[in-house]
Design a binder for this molecule. Structure first.
Ligand SMILES: Cc1cc2nc3c(=O)[nH]c(=O)nc-3n(C[C@H](O)[C@H](O)[C@H](O)COP(=O)(O)OP(=O)(O)OC[C@H]3O[C@@H](n4cnc5c(N)ncnc54)[C@H](O)[C@@H]3O)c2cc1C
Length: 304
């Protein structure tokens, strides 16, 4: 039996694992994709204290290297079930079960979908949730980005460097995103804005996106916008389905825990974007990871 199981290898999970290892605990970290989490797909991170600018991929690989150098055992598998065995926890993975004294849930969030009729059919054929992953496919073409937060503006800026025209569609007429990002995008010669607008319909030709119907939320007026790529950045949903009924969550599915990362179940801690909190960023995920890693270590000691 390991001391601590961590589910999720993003910033929160890796940081929890680092702190737990430095407290002398054995740690198995379960990650279903690649370590680093969401930030891997971000071209530039410029708000992490002490680091002027770094690509998400470089940041993620440095964090992974740090965890591995401390002896964190990373298991590339998907956690598919969880059980409280009284004094230990069993996490069932698609590769087999893992047993530990304490559990840190750091499963992060996933992209929110627009909920349009043919959205799923067009993923990979015009609809994308990741500008860095798919942007190159739309080089020299007209694309649109949906959203008004930092992710949408970061995506729009990135795409403006490779696409012919980038239209930002946002349901409000002001932005949640940092004003520096908005200004940088506004300065681009190929940037366009459709504010107070939502995407009402995805138009396809020969199985691929050819444009979108954009609806003004005030006037209800609709307009066709030609676009071969549509990049949506309209928020996140927690990846916590697996833990439903195991720990208490809020109405949106975020795991209820305070800054000490303790859930309602003893020995189970929630860290990073998957827990109830006001700010979801790398720096808050790292802070949670430290708190959860240390609290889980103390809990593991207490049940020896
Ligand atoms: C495009 C983009 C740009 C961003 N830019 C910035 C920025 O510039 N600065 C900043 O501070 N923040 C930024 N963020 C936010 C930041 O990435 C998140 O706050 C941070 O990644 C949260 O870390 P986390 O560890 O909580 O979750 P995540 O990074 O989401 O990691 C969770 C991990 O858990 C894994 N996982 C989930 N379920 C399971 C399971 N059942 N089994 C095994 N593994 C599982 C996932 O595969 C994932 O790797 C950005 C986010 C995005 C999407």
């Amino acid at each position: 039996m390991t001391d601590i199981i961590v589910v999720g290898g993003g910033t929160a999970g890796l940081t929890a694992a680092i702190y737990a290892r430095r407290s002398g605990k054995s740690v198995i970290l379960i990650e279903k994709e690649s370590t680093g989490g969401q930030i891997v797909f971000s071209p530039r991170v410029e708000n992490y204290p002490g680091i002027l600018s770094v690509s998400g991929a470089d940041y993620a690989s440095a964090l992974t290297e740090q965890a591995e150098s401390l002896g964190v055992d990373i298991e590339y598998a998907e956690a598919i079930g969880v059980e409280d065995a009284g004094g230990s926890f069993i996490v069932r993975c698609d590769s087999g079960p893992v047993t530990g004294k304490a559990l840190v849930i750091a499963s992060g969030t996933d992209h929110r979908k627009m909920g349009l009729e043919n959205e799923d059919d067009l993923v990979g054929c015009g609809v994308s949730y990741c500008a860095v992953c798919d942007g190159a496919f739309y080089s020299g073409r007209e694309v649109a980005v949906v959203g008004g937060g930092n992710t949408a503006l970061t995506d729009a800026l990135f795409l403006s460097g490779i696409c012919k025209k980038v239209t930002l569609i946002h349901r409000r007429n002001s932005f949640r995103a940092e004003s520096a990002l908005v200004s940088r995008f506004r300065e681009k010669p190929n940037a366009a804005f459709m504010l107070s607008c939502t995407v009402a319909e995805l138009k396809e030709r020969d199985g691929a996106l050819c444009g979108v119907t954009v609806r003004n939320v005030n006037t209800r007026e609709e307009r066709f916008l030609p676009a071969e790529g549509l990049f949506t950045a309209i928020g996140q949903i927690p990846r916590t389905e697996l833990f439903r009924g195991f720990v208490v969550m809020d109405a949106e599915g975020y795991i209820r825990a305070g800054e000490d990362c303790r859930t309602d179940r003893q020995g189970v801690f929630a860290a990073g974007d998957c827990r109830t909190k006001a700010v979801r960023q790398l720096v808050t995920a790292a802070a949670d990871g430290a708190a959860a890693g240390l609290a889980a270590s103390r809990y593991a000691d207490s049940i020896c």
